[in-house]
Design a protein around this ligand. Structure first.
Ligand SMILES: [Zn+2]
Length: 367
């Protein structure tokens, strides 16, 4: 177990990824190594592969007290020009709630999402959906933007380039993406959104403060983006002041994933714990996972936050946004949804749907 987070009880990680249902034991080992009690699986859909949501539903079925699930939207109908059919986005939000999902994960607003589907979130395509999730107060973990470094090849880190997270003049700009969110929030001011990765504003705390002040219904999560820690380590006193002032608006997250080894999980969560809890000056340890970059990339300075702020960040703010317990899974509805996702995958890819994660999970839960 990590030496830092263990000082706090009942930590909830609001931002974790489940690779596939065969990694059940690996995920439990990751959780154990990181020293985290409960986990929110943010489940971006891969419609062609019939993957993303099913494996998270599987974990909820197997460990109902431990795993929250936020479901990603499925854009297969739009992406296939109507060749395959899906429920509308608003209908999907209703289906997810009925299955027992705890919220929605959005990646619409990351520049790569825009490359795949060039439909801004202000488009009429999303309108009914926004109205529905605002009305239902559906919690969302919403990834908008990326670090500014990714728009300049000279500053894009190698690990990001390798994921094709480097953008150029043909891509949507960072300011455009923020402007679109402002427009959506102006029309739907009660969205229960947790913006992932500190909304990529860690280099500009005054702007982050303005955004939180202007939009009282939203929060930020702390999943690295290691640049978040480096940016704030330039002035840990300013970071500390911000975190105490906005301690009601910040949700703990790590971006842990079931594909990590227990050591990597311990390092990843440990970096965030140590940054929040101690006054240490330290680096990413050797042996940390690839997406954290090498130790040479920078120095992290801890903020030594007080216990009451830590308790809010580690647990209470997530509970206020989402609820105290994971919602119970409606198994039959989950099986039905997985079967539908398998059929969509088959329609898109031409490969048999029976080979998908969706089919596998439908079978496992249907027994
Ligand atoms: Zn993530």
């Amino acid at each position: 177990m990590s030496e830092w987070g263990s000082r706090q009880d009942g930590i909830i990680d609001g931002h974790v990824h489940m690779g596939n249902s065969r990694q059940e034991q690996a995920m439990l080992a990751v959780r154990e190594a990181a020293g985290i009690e409960r986990i929110n699986l943010v489940s971006i859909q891969k419609p062609r592969e019939g993957s993303g949501l099913p494996q998270s539903l599987y974990m909820k079925a197997r460990h109902p007290d431990t795993f929250f699930v936020f479901a990603g939207l499925n854009h297969a109908q739009r992406l296939s020009n109507g060749m395959v059919k899906t429920p509308t986005l608003a209908e999907q939000a209703g289906i997810f709630a009925r299955i027992g999902c705890d919220g929605i994960k959005m990646l619409e607003g990351k520049p790569t999402s825009r490359q795949e589907m060039d439909v801004p979130i202000t488009d009429p395509y999303f309108a009914e959906y926004w109205a529905r999730v605002e009305e239902m107060r559906t919690p969302m973990v919403w990834h908008v933007n990326d670090p500014e470094e990714f728009w300049d090849p000279a500053t894009t880190p190698g690990w990001a380039k390798e994921r094709n997270w480097g953008y150029g003049p043909d891509d949507v700009t960072k300011e455009q993406l923020y402007a679109e969110v402002d427009e959506v929030l102006a029309e739907y001011p009660n969205l229960n959104a947790i913006f992932a990765h500190f909304y990529f504003l860690s280099a500009d705390l005054p702007r982050a403060a303005r955004f939180l002040d202007e939009h009282p219904s939203v929060r930020f999560d702390l999943a690295p983006g290691i640049e978040m820690l480096y940016n704030m380590s330039r002035d840990p006193a300013a970071g500390r002041e911000f975190f105490i002032r906005y301690s009601d608006r910040i949700v703990f997250g790590t971006d842990l994933a079931s594909g990590l080894t227990p050591d990597q999980a311990r390092f990843r969560a440990g970096i965030v714990f140590r940054w929040l809890e101690t006054e240490d000056t330290f680096r990413v340890p050797d042996g940390a996972d690839f997406l954290l970059g090498p130790p040479e990339d920078g120095v992290i300075r801890g903020m030594a936050l007080p216990g009451d702020a830590l308790a809010k960040i580690y647990r209470d703010n997530f509970i206020r946004a989402v609820g105290p317990q994971p919602k119970p899974l409606d198994r039959a509805a989950a099986v039905e949804e997985c079967r539908r996702l398998a059929a969509i995958a088959e329609g898109l890819s031409g490969a048999p749907g029976s080979a998908t994660e969706a089919s596998r999970v439908a079978e496992a839960l249907g027994e």
